[in-house]
Design a protein around this ligand. Structure first.
Ligand code: SDX
Length: 372
């Protein structure tokens, strides 16, 4: 078996499908192509689809949107936590800490009925953006902006972050980005959530496991590293030299490559490139142009293709989102996929416990301390 569980089937799922068919990358959520969902649905519709398994009817979507909006506000204890955490705390550390604290406030934390689990899932989907926006406002010494019930999920986040209603382009861009980050089969953070759920741990414990896993730079943390790279390259004409040097040094180019999409472009990267280009046209073209030059060189020198994190960096930069919040935006999208998998794993009700191949020394003779 290859390291890193590469190509190992660890469970059955009806939530999403990734496939390479006739040289084309397929990504479907509950059977619907991501290209259709990203272009024609809202994040709320997709979160409903992931949780309930079907696209909502008009009245179902309306009720779901109202329920999420009513769950956005944070308990005073959580606002107190955000106020007392040191301002240098990484926003992903804040998110996992606040998630754990939400669990400690939930008197029904141990109740795992279907209805109760769905309530907790919707609560976390609704509260993640508020935790992120409030923490950023507090750490930058500004007043928190309470959620606006009338705004969409995406618009409300940008409103709470920046203190003003976003443009329709910005709202649509974030909405599409959240859809593209919502679900991706058994990626590392989702697998971490399923392992915790397979022991019947509470949903907050499962989401804390996923949030901690997502933060790693080989996973969700890549987008922040991509932004660091864009700033370091600083101009499109310096891109080729930068990429050539990194590859010759055997170093990774962040935002490129994928364990599953081998030799084909991550379908989400195609759509994010379209978003980045659209936002650039209305804002700064700098980051998009540097991205394009890096992508060209990465393919030229190592046939590397961008993944979901690559163009996300210039999308978020043009939405005025600070670099260290990028992985939090990823988590704000992926929380719907994580909770869908946690619910599926609870229903699967089977402990996940693989084996390891032992490659160390065996049957060694014990040496008493006096003789060591
Ligand atoms: C996400 O799993 C998911 O679904 C994750 C995700 C999701 O939606 O949840 O899609 C989100 O996490 C995207 C990935 C974000 N991470 C990065 O962008 C970090 C940079 N990428 C690489 O670290 C790497 O591509 C991984 C970690 C994403 C995948 O690594 P693998 O599958 O273990 O691939 P590998 O390391 O075995 O590489 C295979 C070859 C190697 O070359 P050789 O040694 O065979 O010559 O490809 C090369 C690698 O050197 N390679 C890269 C590279 N990625 C692969 N070389 C330079 N830069 C890279 N980014």
């Amino acid at each position: 078996m290859k390291d890193g569980l590469e190509d190992v089937i660890a469970c059955k799922t009806t939530i999403s499908r990734i496939a390479l068919e006739n040289g084309r990358a397929i990504l479907e959520y509950r059977g619907y192509d991501i290209r259709d969902l990203a272009r024609k649905a809202s994040y709320e519709e997709v979160a409903y689809l992931l949780l309930y398994g079907e696209l909502p009817k008009k009245y179902e979507l309306q009720d779901f949107k109202i329920e999420l909006a009513e769950r956005r506000e944070l308990p005073p204890q959580i606002i107190g936590l955000l106020t007392h955490l040191p301002p240098y705390t990484h926003p992903m550390v804040v998110l996992r800490t606040a998630t754990s604290y939400l669990g400690s406030l939930d008197k029904k934390i141990a109740v795992r009925t279907r209805e109760e689990t769905f309530n907790k899932a919707k609560d976390l989907i609704a509260k993640f953006p508020t935790i992120v926006a409030y923490y950023h406002r507090i750490r930058t010494g500004r007043n928190i902006i309470p959620p606006a019930l009338e705004f969409s999920h995406a618009a409300n986040f940008l409103y709470m972050l920046h203190g003003e209603e976003p443009t329709k382009t910005a709202e649509r861009a974030l909405d599409m980005d959240l859809i593209l980050h919502a679900e991706h089969e058994l990626n590392a953070s989702t697998f971490a959530a399923r392992i915790a759920a397979s022991t019947l741990a509470d949903i907050y414990a499962c989401v804390v496991a996923a949030t901690g896993t997502l933060m790693g730079p080989l996973h969700g943390g890549a987008a922040q590293e991509v932004m660091r790279m864009l700033r370091e390259v600083a101009s499109p004409r310096r891109a080729e030299e930068y990429v050539k040097r990194k590859i010759e040094a055997g170093e990774r180019i962040m935002g490129f490559g994928h364990r599953v999409y081998r030799g084909v472009m991550d379908p989400r990267a195609e759509l994010l490139r379209y978003l980045a280009k659209r936002l650039a046209a209305e804002g700064s073209t700098k980051w998009f142009e540097i991205s394009e030059a890096i992508a060209k060189a990465a393919y030229k020198y190592k046939k590397l293709l961008p993944n979901v994190d690559f163009y996300s960096a210039s999308v978020y930069a043009n939405l005025g989102i600070p670099d260290d919040l990028f992985v939090n935006i990823f988590a704000m999208g992926r929380i719907s996929g994580w909770t869908a998998h946690i619910i599926e794993q609870y229903e699967n009700n089977r402990l996940i416990r693989p084996r390891a191949e032992y490659v160390g020394e065996k049957e060694k003779k014990f040496i008493p301390l006096s003789k060591r």
